[in-house]
Design a protein around this ligand. Sequence first.
Ligand code: GLN
Length: 194
Amino acid sequence: SPRIGVLALQGAVAEHARALTASGAEVRTVRRPAELDGLDGLVVPGGESTTMARLAAPVRMMEHIREAQHDGLALFGTCAGLILLAREVADPEALAGFPRIGGLDVVARRNGYGSQQDSFTEPLDIVGLEEPLEAVFIRAPVVEEVGAGVQVLAESRGIPVALRAGRILATSFHPELTDDHRLHRLFVEIARDA
Ligand code: GLN
């Protein structure tokens, strides 16, 4: 079965590990660059992108993940993870100059839904899934621009919220917080097709 890591610097690590295990992956938590060795895929979880970027900096974790992605590692970024994968962040000062992974050709705005709407749940139609998926948004980023090579898998209120570009999958919501593991299964399949 595919070997999938969950970046475990901060955030919703255990929930992703559970969903991935239930989806047939062999799962390991990843805190150091050496722990990327031998992985087919890596989940970059939700949490706080600024905290993760700061914790990653001393061991250059973001740069190591970027290199592994170039060498074929599949990536799944959720919420803060999407922010870390985005080509550009619209409010870069929040990241205080700490490196991110990049690689996904989108522009993301942190907390872009604003305080009125900071959390909500919504049934989403997602390309490739037969039934809607109940999506949990928590201080989610807003995807403001999407590059030509990026497929939009789902939109909410006219804003892209699920994206795929080759072996990169990203959602601005939290698919690990429900018992619906269809996106984790999709990611395990992407990682398997190495
Ligand atoms: N607002 C958080 C950030 O900017 C993301 C929130 C989340 O991952 N639930 O990193």
